[in-house]
Design a protein around this ligand. Structure first.
Ligand code: CUA
Length: 334
């Protein structure tokens, strides 16, 4: 490194890497598992240790001075000391250098986090009350985020209803998903394994259950997983497809509707086919194919007695085949 190419924040960053390590987790943070985590960790530990040092220094000296120079009988205060140029320069200069180092670390990391590399693998993400869907370039949709190791992945994200926030603690990345707008985020995962993915923006009743996994595949295993998953999805019967949709589709029914009779946000699906239901805003109606179809596409048309008018409108989000599959699945829930 020549003197001209010397950049203080790179030096601070290298020093931080040497002192705080790059591979292990700590009491504060899980083990970093993506390149993005290294920037965040260095900035975090640098701030943490600098703050701890000055907290102890200031509170320690304050306590010492309070005891040492307390007012005592027969002791008069001496004259106030005049300026001490060296001391004043030191207590201005050292903090200035420290905050410049903090800015440098934060800025370099921020630029890196906001700039996806060219050719990154693109996955579309949709957030909805209360689950996630990840769509891969071949059209396959999964409720967990599968990615290859050591390859940059770019997420293009949007929400179907309210604001959600996709947060992967092990990668140290978090970004809001907004309705009617795309936001992006990127990362390069560095260790195969499974990691937690959660919603970090309060989005209603089941916000705390809006969870998924990030599965980082070993080299070469991601492509075969994707092909196999797609092939399996295409070979399903209507009832099997309905079950998959119930569990995993965007805004999967399972979040709000049980199949064992348990009351959740919405009524259970158990045994409803062929029943006559009562409604808040409509005369009693037989649960048949048309009723289920209407309830999926326009849920507010008939609001089940005793339940809130809270369901997402699925008009334009499910194909006719998918609706048929859901009806066939509900028929089997005796
Ligand atoms: Cu989605 Cu909180």
């Amino acid at each position: 490194m020549t003197l001209l190419s010397f950049k203080p924040w790179i030096a601070a960053d290298m020093a931080a890497g040497l002192i705080f390590g790059q591979s292990g987790g700590s009491f504060w943070l899980p083990p970093p598992s993506a390149t993005s985590a290294i920037w965040v960790d260095r900035a975090f530990y640098f701030l943490l240790y600098v703050s701890t040092f000055f907290f102890l220094l200031i509170v320690g000296l304050m306590t010492f001075f309070v005891v040492r120079y307390r007012r005592r009988e027969g002791v008069e205060p001496g004259p106030s000391p005049s300026h001490n140029l060296a001391l004043e320069l030191a207590w201005s200069g050292i903090p200035l250098l420290l905050v410049i180092a903090m800015f440098g670390l934060g800025f370099a990391g921020y630029m890196d986090l906001r700039t996806p590399p060219r050719g990154a693998y693109e996955i579309r993400v949709s957030g909805q009350k209360w689950n996630w869907s990840f769509q891969y370039p071949n059209g396959y949709v999964d409720t967990n985020l599968h990615v290859p190791v050591d390859a940059p992945v770019k997420l293009t994200m949007s929400s179907k209803d309210v604001i959600h926030s996709l947060f992967i603690p092990a990668f140290r990345i978090k970004q809001d998903l907004l309705p009617d707008r795309y936001t992006t985020m990127w990362f390069t995962a560095t260790r195969p394994g499974e990691y937690d993915l959660l919603c970090a923006e309060y989005c209603g009743t089941s916000h705390s259950e809006m969870l998924a996994k990030v599965v980082v595949h070993r080299p070469g295993e991601f492509e075969s997983w994707l092909q196999e998953a797609q092939r399996r999805r295409q070979s399903l019967s209507p009832v099997e497809l309905g079950r998959e949709l119930y569990l995993y589709a965007p805004g999967g029914c399972a979040v709000c509707h049980s199949i064992d009779g348990t009351r959740k946000v919405g009524p259970s699906f158990k045994g409803i086919y062929g029943q006559i239901h009562e409604f808040e805003n409509a005369p009693p109606t037989l649960v048949d194919d048309n009723y289920i179809r209407e309830s999926i596409l326009n849920p507010s048309a008939k609001i089940r007695k005793g339940y809130p008018d809270q369901m997402t409108v699925y008009k334009g989000q499910l194909s006719d085949d998918q609706i048929t599959a859901l009806i066939e699945y509900i028929k089997t829930l005796k």
